[in-house]
Design a protein around this ligand. Structure first.
Ligand SMILES: NC(=O)c1ccc[n+]([C@@H]2O[C@H](COP(=O)([O-])OP(=O)(O)OC[C@H]3O[C@@H](n4cnc5c(N)ncnc54)[C@H](OP(=O)(O)O)[C@@H]3O)[C@@H](O)[C@H]2O)c1
Length: 249
């Protein structure tokens, strides 16, 4: 089992949907899988999954709508119960097509930062009390996603060191900011025994990655979930590729 209670943002399609699918079909699935998305009524595949897997709970969440957080957090608290939330996967993301400096637009920068950087830090803050409760359920000070963790789904395109092609301003900068958030959070919550890591799922065939991408969602998420299950202190405050290769900031 990856963890007892898991929450995934942006789980109606792409990698988020595949994460929920593989978690639900796992031989030892989590007891509670909270699949959040902007429009649960229209999320037909998620609805099917929740009908066939009692662990899957659908919950409405537009990560950019801070005003909805308080009620949403109350719902999550009821779903996870007194053992808290073990694993928050900040997966929801956007990638505008903007490329070169001559094309980049003000609003694209603002909107992309809101979803890819601002929301993950504010959601982490909102779920911290529930993550702390989960972290206290295990003895010792070892870190694992089974105990308590925040996984930020980042991108190699957010690596400053690996950026040798330029462009893609909103996406690259927002994922670099997300990585900075991972680092700060990892320092802030170490004493609470909560693991924090950035993970790049690899170039994958989703609406975002396009049909020519190298990996299928099944391949990407199979590897990501395996990586998560192996994570410990050495992964804390670090940036990894789906296959476990460590990435430079
Ligand atoms: N695919 C790749 O090659 C690749 C590579 C590296 C990293 N990543 C990262 O992996 C994550 C998932 O990407 P993907 O490939 O699955 O992309 P995708 O197919 O475009 O799906 C994006 C998901 O994010 C959701 N989302 C966007 N804005 C949201 C908001 N304001 N509130 C809630 N949900 C929102 C979308 O929901 P709606 O349907 O409501 O829009 C959708 O569920 C992203 O963080 C992305 O940056 C992807």
């Amino acid at each position: 089992m990856v963890a007892r209670a898991v929450l995934v943002t942006g789980s109606n399609r792409g990698l988020g949907l595949e994460m929920v699918r593989q978690l639900a079909r796992h031989v030892t699935p989590p007891d509670v899988i909270i699949a959040t998305c902007r429009n649960p009524e229209a999320a037909q595949e998620l609805q099917q999954l929740s009908k066939s897997h009692k662990e899957v709970n659908l919950l409405k969440l537009d990560v950019a709508d801070e005003g909805s957080y308080a009620a949403m957090v109350r719902s999550v608290s009821e779903m996870v119960g007194d053992q808290g939330l073990n694993l928050l996967i900040n997966n929801a993301g956007v990638a505008p097509k903007s490329t070169r400096i001559t094309q980049v637009k003000w609003q694209q920068m603002v909107d992309t930062f809101l979803v890819n950087s601002v929301a993950p830090v504010m959601l982490s803050k909102a779920f911290l009390p529930m993550l702390k409760i989960a972290a206290t359920q295990a003895e010792g000070s070892g870190l694992s996603v089974k105990r308590a963790a925040i996984i930020n789904i980042s991108s190699v395109l957010g690596s400053i060191e690996k950026n040798d092609k330029g462009g893609i301003y909103p996406y690259r900068a927002s994922k670099a900011a997300l990585n900075a958030i991972t680092k700060s959070l990892s320092n802030d919550v170490r004493d609470s025994n909560i693991l924090v890591s950035s993970v790049c799922p690899g170039w994958t065939q989703t609406d975002m990655g396009g049909k020519n991408a190298a990996l299928t969602p099944e391949q990407s998420i199979f590897n990501v979930l395996h990586l998560l299950s192996t994570m410990n202190e050495t992964h804390h405050g670090q940036f990894y590729q789906y296959d476990g290769v460590k990435l430079p900031w």
